[in-house]
Design a protein around this ligand. Sequence first.
Ligand SMILES: Cc1cc2nc3c(=O)[nH]c(=O)nc-3n(C[C@H](O)[C@H](O)[C@H](O)COP(=O)(O)OP(=O)(O)OC[C@H]3O[C@@H](n4cnc5c(N)ncnc54)[C@H](O)[C@@H]3O)c2cc1C
Length: 355
Amino acid sequence: MSTHEDVFDVTIIGGGPAGLYSAFYSGMRAMKTKIVEYQAELGGKILLYPEKIIWDIGGLPPTPGQQVLTNLNDQARTFEPTICTSEQITELTRREDGIFLLKGTSGETHYSKCIVLAVGHGIFKTAKLEIEGADRYEVTNLHYTVQQLDKFKDKHVLISGGGNSAVDWANALEPLAASVKVVHRRDEFGGHESNVIHMRNSSVEVLTPYCVEELHGDEAGTAIERVTLKHLETNELLEQQVDAVIVNHGYKMDLDFLLESPLTFDTNEGILAVNEKMETSVPGVFAAGDLVNNDGKLRLIAGAYVDGAKAINQAKLFIEPDATSQAYVSSHNERFAKKNEELLKKEDPVHAGTH
Ligand SMILES: Cc1cc2nc3c(=O)[nH]c(=O)nc-3n(C[C@H](O)[C@H](O)[C@H](O)COP(=O)(O)OP(=O)(O)OC[C@H]3O[C@@H](n4cnc5c(N)ncnc54)[C@H](O)[C@@H]3O)c2cc1C
């Protein structure tokens, strides 16, 4: 824990794509930068889909989420920002001298001249199966996300949920699992229409309107071996043998530190209003990524990058009003001169330094 006031130029709250790219850009603008992330790992929502292939980032071939995460992490560390993980910001205030104070769950106070909010939809807490004792199976065969498809090879899988994720995982697992059943409270499914049609036309068995009523453990009581489903109109009970249960009941969000801050932010249902420069209603606080809304907002990883660069440029001007309004392009930017030398030396040790 810091015993003195270590004041940063920029503190970025949230280590998803918006926060990580902002950290890189902030280093490029020679600002003393800190990232604070609630989770133990950086990456934000991409941590939820490490095996999915991402196609829509300009200039990048179709790439699995995990690789995009690794690239983003490496890029964010280019100018060695301070990184605090497993730290949730719970309070955001401003002192009379203008320094922002951020209180974290570790007990530490973070001091900063300005802030970039990159908290996406807030602390992402998976909505759990509301059945007493269900948590004991989380170490064996009750899953809230799919990290490795192979784990479900030749297994009888039951998925509970009717949103995008439930449909997606049903389609992804159908070719390799022994069987896939999807249990949902309604017969309408969320997600892309073509994915829902694909699921309905496949071997996936759709059970509606049902909910998961009870989990039955094996003899050792460590893994689920049967599930009781309840028909929501007739109350009829149905037993299913399972090897694995996946629950996709959505997420709960926590943006309390923003909503309860004495600084008044312009928010509406978890979305923060910003102008085209990514300025919030509080001077010195900028924002980027899924958290924000403005005209033409692009809710994509690529959109988060653009927001981040804009937010950082404004942060630079906030601290140094005489600074240039944008960073010089990276290919001609002096900040990279030494790093380019090192890269070229690695590639071509003989001709390095002649460029
Ligand atoms: C299943 C799925 C598939 C997707 N596929 C694609 C795709 O193919 N292409 C694409 O462009 N986009 C895709 N997206 C969208 C993309 O992931 C998001 O647009 C992107 O992650 C937004 O980045 P962000 O940094 O704004 O927010 P997030 O990724 O949500 O990151 C926010 C971070 O802030 C942290 N945080 C929140 N509150 C606090 C706090 N109080 N203190 C500290 N830390 C905090 C969170 O823990 C989180 O790590 C997909 C999304 C999902 C869910």
